[in-house]
Design a protein around this ligand. Structure first.
Ligand code: AP5
Length: 186
């Protein structure tokens, strides 16, 4: 299965992908995780991306396309993928389609998790306490949500037009949401 997971920051994309990947036998590809690893390792990509990430802004489309091209070209992706965090705007959605057409690995389904903003703020404040992720501070979370509304939310319309979009209620327990996603995947 070739799946794109959509949803605002803190909607549970990473949590749910980690649960689904083994069942589906496909890699979980999180651009946020790839970027955080690059920052940790001090690679040229990490050095360029860090300021945008710390501010809750998007890293440039050019850098992201290079990253995603490299990852989607790896052999494990032939089995399928769970893509989490990409595409993040309409330009990325179009670039991804071009890339996946070239690789003959088009998206089967886009699953969008819907979660109340109040719940998002609560989840990310809790993670800030527990893990201290640098972009989970109140001010940066507010900006990540604004960036989501302005740039990423239109991506759901892009997949709706292609009749690939399915919205899934992302409120409730992790298990309940996992069950809904499993049903949505058919
Ligand atoms: P990224 O890592 O993708 O951040 P995000 O989308 O804001 O994702 P999160 O990890 O915060 O949320 P999630 O939906 O995965 O939820 P999670 O499962 O973690 O990106 C970080 C940054 O990198 C971006 O701001 C940007 O700068 C850059 N970037 C990444 N991709 C990019 C791209 N394509 N283009 C440009 N820039 C890019 O859950 C969140 C918390 O809630 C966890 O603590 C979890 O345990 C908890 N939780 C999950 N489900 C539940 C539940 N049901 N009930 C209670 N708690 C729950």
């Amino acid at each position: 299965m070739r799946i794109v997971l959509l949803g605002p920051p803190g909607s549970g994309k990473g949590t749910q992908a980690a649960l689904l990947k083994d069942r589906l036998g496909v890699p979980h590809i999180s651009t946020g995780d790839l970027l955080r690893a690059a920052v940790r390792d001090g690679t040229p990509l990490g050095i360029k991306a860090k300021a945008a990430m710390d501010a809750g802004e998007l890293v440039s489309d050019e850098l992201m396309l290079g990253l995603i091209e490299e990852r989607m070209g790896a052999p494990d992706v032939k089995a399928g993928y769970l893509l989490d965090g990409y595409p993040r705007n309409l330009a990325q959605a179009r670039a991804l389609d071009e890339l996946l057409d070239r690789l003959a690995l088009p998206v089967d389904k886009a699953l969008a998790l819907t979660v109340d903003e109040e719940q998002i703020v609560h989840r990310l404040a809790k993670r800030a306490e527990q893990e201290g992720r640098s972009d989970d501070t109140e001010e940066v979370v507010r900006n990540r949500l604004a960036v989501y509304r302005e740039q990423t939310a239109p991506v759901t319309g892009y997949y709706a037009e292609k009749q690939l979009l399915q919205e899934v209620d992302g409120m409730g327990s992790i298990e309940e949401i996992n069950q809904r996603l499993t049903t949505a995947l058919g």
